[in-house]
Design a protein around this ligand. Structure first.
Ligand code: ADP
Ligand code: ADP
Ligand code: ZN
Length: 213
């Protein structure tokens, strides 16, 4: 099963993608997590990506597409995967589609997690992220067991540099301009599914499992 998660930054794509990955035993692939891991390790890719991420802009397609295609070519992706944060532009979606078509394959579901912009800004200021394992929390809605510490791996949680309010607003603008057109793209392919992302995370997940079966 090959799944794409769509939705604004902070809509809950990552939260749901991790639950899908566990339930269906497929890898969760987040381009944002891959970039943050590279930033942490101080690689050239990380340095280049950070210059865009800190401004709330997208990392250029050439760079992003290469990383994603390398990742989905790995052995663990044979039975499918859930993509979180990719594609984010029409050209990215087209490259992915071309690569899959060559393998006689396709995306089965594009799940759009719908959350209005007003809710997003509130959510992001409460997001706390573990840069070691990629887990995400919310100080009010989804708190870790011990404040500031990751439940999964015990490392410190941080407020991401790009989750500050000014940058969140820029990322929302970028989302509406460059990423929202993907809803139409996948609708035309007949694989678009929409879920209400404003309800409790368990209820969002229940709606998704009804779709995936
Ligand atoms: P969020 O989960 O809040 O939407 P991500 O972790 O997916 O954030 O992405 C953080 C940043 O990483 C983005 O703002 C962008 O700069 C960069 N990024 C991640 N995925 C992509 C992508 N597919 N194309 C371009 N840039 C990306
Ligand atoms: P995305 O990957 O789309 O950027 P995340 O999954 O990181 O979004 O979620 C953004 C923030 O909102 C996080 O702090 C997360 O814990 C929180 N969150 C996720 N789903 C819900 C929900 N259904 N209700 C309230 N908060 C949520
Ligand atoms: Zn962790």
């Amino acid at each position: 099963m090959k799944i794409v998660m769509l939705g604004a930054p902070g809509a809950g794509k990552g939260t749901q993608a991790k639950m899908i990955a566990d339930q269906y035993s497929i890898p969760h692939i987040s381009t944002g997590d891959i970039f943050r891991a590279n930033i942490k390790e101080g690689t050239e890719l990380g340095k280049e990506a950070k210059s865009y991420m800190d401004k709330g802009q997208l990392v250029p397609d050439e760079l992003t597409v290469k990383i994603l295609l390398d990742r989905v070519a790995k052995e663990d992706c044979k039975n499918g995967y859930v993509l979180d944060g990719f594609p984010r532009t029409i050209p990215q979606a087209e490259v992915l589609e071309d690569a899959l078509t060559k393998l006689n394959d396709k995306i089965d579901y594009a799940i759009n997690v719908e959350v209005p912009d007003e809710n997003i800004v509130r959510r992001m200021s409460g997001r706390r992220a573990c840069l070691s394992c990629g887990a995400t929390y919310h100080i009010v809605h989804i708190p870790p067991k011990a404040e500031g510490v990751c439940d999964r791996c015990g490392k410190d949680l941080v407020l991401r540099d790009d989750d500050k309010e000014e940058t969140v607003q820029k990322r929302l603008n970028v989302y509406h301009e460059q990423t929202q057109p993907l809803i139409d793209f996948y609708e035309k392919k007949g694989v678009l599914k929409e879920v209400d992302g404003t309800v409790d995370m368990k209820d969002v997940f229940a709606a998704i499992t009804r779709i995936l079966g």
